[in-house]
Design a protein around this ligand. Structure first.
Ligand code: ATP
Length: 217
């Protein structure tokens, strides 16, 4: 195969979460999105102060360390700690603004689950999100996306086609992945109950949790 000399900007996936702790459900679904959309890398962005939920149990530094351990042998992932350097609530739109400043010409793909996407209209400055990046709506096999009427209309209007591959933002890309029924809440609960969460999360992450006594009470 002849390689072109003109280097295309990398396509970047953006996967935010509390990662309290990161587990194989996160990593596997992010990887499948990258494979299906041909993304060059995925940035895992731990949230400092999530606006929509209770605060994490592990500190920001512990969650960051767990992410670094989780991806240390995977070239497709990058840990991005930009939200931990901002004061106040972590709004996704601010994260996208900051990524767009750094990655001016790169196609950006914000990855969200169907639950989060259904509530998109409650997000801070939600209409600006798609001006800054694409949105990837991730569902499980066989899952129906049921949206409020106003959002359904907006969703249909922004649906991507193959011709939109070169755009750096502005489209919605539905993707179906094998979602593993793993949650960070269940992992924290099993640790508190002295049951091993082995095989639900990377070994190196579990070792750190055990060494530090995290989630034990
Ligand atoms: P918690 O149980 O503490 O609420 P969580 O496991 O849902 O945590 P988060 O860090 O809050 O994880 O989630 C980050 C992102 O990962 C969210 O978009 C969420 O929808 C997605 N996610 C969480 N669990 C899975 C899973 N098993 N498969 C695919 N995506 C997941």
């Amino acid at each position: 195969m002849v390689k072109s000399d003109t280097k295309m900007p990398e396509t970047i996936g953006i996967f935010g979460g509390t990662f309290d702790p990161v587990h194989h459900g996160h990593l596997r679904s992010a990887l499948e999105v990258a494979q299906q959309l041909g993304l060059d890398h995925i940035r895992l962005i731990p949230s400092a102060s999530p606006p929509h939920r209770e605060q994490p149990r592990a500190t920001a530094q512990q969650r960051l360390m767990m992410l670094h351990l989780a991806i240390k042998n995977s070239s497709q992932f990058v840990v991005d700690d930009r939200e931990l350097h901002r004061d106040g609530l972590s709004y996704t739109v601010d994260t996208l603004l900051s990524l767009r400043e750094e990655f001016v010409e790169n196609p950006l793909y914000l990855i969200v689950g169907t639950d989060a996407f259904s509530a998109l209209q409650t997000w801070h400055n939600w209409r600006q999100l798609i001006k800054l990046s694409h949105i990837v709506v991730v569902s499980r096999p066989g899952e129906d996306l049921s949206l409020p009427e106003s959002l359904e209309f907006w969703y249909q209007r922004h649906l991507a086609t193959e011709a939109d591959r070169d755009l750096i933002a502005g489209k919605i890309w539905p993707v179906t992945v094998t979602q593993l029924a793993i949650s960070a809440t269940a992992i924290r609960e099993s640790i508190a109950n002295n049951e091993s969460p082995e095989f639900l999360l990377p070994d190196a992450v579990l070792r750190l949790i055990e060494q530090t006594g995290l989630y034990q009470d």
